[in-house]
Design a binder for this molecule. Sequence first.
Ligand code: URA
Length: 444
Amino acid sequence: MQPASLIAVKRDGLELSDQQIDSFIGGVTSGAIPDYQATAMLMAIFLRGMSPRETASLTAAMLHSGTRLQWPPDGRPVVDKHSTGGLGDKTSLIIAPLLAECEVLVPMLSGRGLGPTGGTLDKLEAIPGFRTNLSIHELQQQVLQLGCVITGTTHELAPADRRLYALRDVTATVPSIPLITGSIMSKKLAESPHALVLDVKYGSGAFMKTAADAALLAASLVRTGHSMNVATTALLTDMNQPLGAMCGNAVEVLEAVMVMQNHGPLDVRRLSLLLAAHVLVDCKAENSHEAAFVRCEKLLQSGAVYERFLRMVQAQHGDYRLPLKIAPASELTAARSGFLHRIHTEQLGSAVIALGGGRQQTSDTIDHSVGIEMLVRIGDQIEAGQPLVRIYSRNPDVVHQQVLDAMELSDAPLQEHLPLIHSRLTINAGQIEQLAVPDLQVPR
Ligand code: URA
């Protein structure tokens, strides 16, 4: 079928068959379909949506546009975690070595930051020498020897996504649940995992602004994972304020290391442990979330996870003996008293970019030494003159007003508590289930 006829099927709100989707993705991958027709189809999908069957078929076609990682059948489960992105989210740095300590294999292929939330690769590149461009052979070798790797995706894995994502980025077609599902899941499934855990964020700093919208995305991701026989669970987690205190690159590595050394913010620690516990149960390395959580907590406390992190850094040529370069600190204080009512988290993320810690365009270079440290949390009572944030920059004035505007104070205390974990989504007998998450807490 000609590309124009395929586009017409979707334009008219009809379902594309598996063969039609394969033909579209085949043409995108080979270059036979030009940009103008590919973007017309993306817009038709954006406007008309896709059924679960079409979404699964799109994901499979994108996955098969490239190669897949191969693992020896030695009984070790292969697992990964993916986050839809949030400010201050440094859990990958903790979860990869933590899961490796649990004797599962973790080929974590991550991305760079574009827009207000940072990217794991940018954070790790704050460590001098750290390589994030391993070849497929190198990354497989490292996973087999060390248990984990965090590196960039390669041209051989889901190449259709590279082309489609670049087109979506410039045609306002990124926020589409089937297109996001195809993009995320084709890359994750190319790792050939047995189980996946997804951190789907909602709130002022996330793609999805409400828990209800995040649940729709999570359901699509979970359903698609299961359609490819990968045990997939999603946790819906709060992104109405940064995760932890540190937002930036080097400062986030330092905070992740603090968690691995038994300090560091409890929200980062708890979320890392819960995500790890869910994927351990899904890959059958543990029988219950409680047992998995306790096992992970003990491993963190023992220092073994930090040791494994250092070995991963060394294996990827990073020099963690050097103190990481952090820009000079200055504090911003509250102009008035009140209660911290709301944080415009995306605006804080834009402030990190304005300091040089993120990129507006893919070609921008990053200053890893800058960042923002939150000194208060939503619900806190604030006195006039109290420090609200610490800015790490030689030129902090450029973001003063933007950061202050991002923090809304009210006169009355907040009535509702913002839970870190909203719920989890999984599949039972072919049906999506949304359940409460076990109330496992990190000991203080
Ligand atoms: N992350 C991805 O990899 N793809 C999307 O479409 C959105 C977020």
